[in-house]
Design a protein around this ligand. Sequence first.
Ligand SMILES: C[C@@](CO)(OP(=O)(O)O)[C@H](O)COP(=O)(O)OP(=O)(O)OC[C@H]1O[C@@H](n2ccc(N)nc2=O)[C@H](O)[C@@H]1O
Ligand SMILES: Nc1ncnc2c1ncn2[C@@H]1O[C@H](COP(=O)(O)OP(=O)(O)O)[C@@H](O)[C@H]1O
Length: 319
Amino acid sequence: MAAPGVVVELAPAKVNLCLHVTGRRPDGYHRLDTVVAFAELGDTVSGDTVSVEPAVDGIFLRVSSGLMPVGKGMTAPVVPAAVDNLVWRAAALWGREAGELRAVRLTVDKRLPAGAGLGGGSSDAAAALRALSRLTGRPLGARLRRNTVGLGADVPMCLEPRPWRARGIGERLQPVALGRDLPVVLVWPGRAVATPAVFRARSGGFGPAVPERVLEHLATDPLSALAELRNDLTGAACAVEPAIAEAIAAVGGLDGCRLARMSGSGSAVFGLFDDGAAATVAAAALQDRRPGWWVRAGVLRAAGIDTRLERRPVAPLTA
Ligand SMILES: C[C@@](CO)(OP(=O)(O)O)[C@H](O)COP(=O)(O)OP(=O)(O)OC[C@H]1O[C@@H](n2ccc(N)nc2=O)[C@H](O)[C@@H]1O
Ligand SMILES: Nc1ncnc2c1ncn2[C@@H]1O[C@H](COP(=O)(O)OP(=O)(O)O)[C@@H](O)[C@H]1O
């Protein structure tokens, strides 16, 4: 093990800038073509360990949801506290693939709404793996990276939070050049939707992939390029949860908003702005009008996110 200490990783919010449903695999999973970017806000996952003997074998997981929005009328899935938590499952995967874990304590602070299409659980799992890699001094091997798709389709892209085009069910990753940072307002209308329900509610055929011409255009004029793309799950998600349509209309009507769209399978919606100050003002105005919604201003980083939040010494773990 590396020197004892604590590492804190940001688990940034994932935003599907577009999501095209292009087909269906024999196992029922839908083939997607999506461009994602990550916002500089999210959950945090901290990990600590000790090298002093005797160490305690095993994984300790603590989930704090104190920062997650829970308000009157909101519906959000319960974030599992133990073995069903994606952080736990990520640590178990690490144990199988990269070696035994001794006295590792992982703490998740939820700040992102769960089941919102912002990939919080996937981002937490990826952050846990980065934390374990830093704590143990062992790199994330290629096989481990590949196998993270078994935790969730979005986990591979969350390992390195930067703009990606993802195909297949999310595992075929290709870096994308986003011309500049994009100020964003993220809005969750207080109602979660379950991903399987949205795919089930989808009707109609499949759409075309993201044209190469538009991908190239993202590097020069991302907002105009994105206007040519779509989220094919929007209609189905709005049928399951009408509050999403309300949120898209509200975000689209904010001063300075250039594009409003749903992320992933919903229910979160994002608005893109030219200007960070306008995004902050618009977010505050919307939060005032809709106190029951979760509204945040942030930035989608073209260069990706530096997820290392801090590193400081910590007292040894006791049994
Ligand atoms: C839709 C996306 C887009 O980024 O994100 P979210 O909205 O969840 O953040 C992802 O593909 C979410 O992938 P993943 O996290 O693995 O989805 P899960 O919730 O495990 O999937 C639940 C169910 O949804 C359906 N499903 C999911 C993904 C996919 N490409 N095709 C599907 O048909 C399947 O019925 C699956 O059993
Ligand atoms: N660490 C975690 N954070 C959030 N949800 C989790 C976590 N671990 C497991 N889950 C489960 O994963 C599901 C999807 O959560 P999340 O990733 O936040 O949503 P989405 O897939 O819509 O982006 C939730 O129903 C929740 O019960």
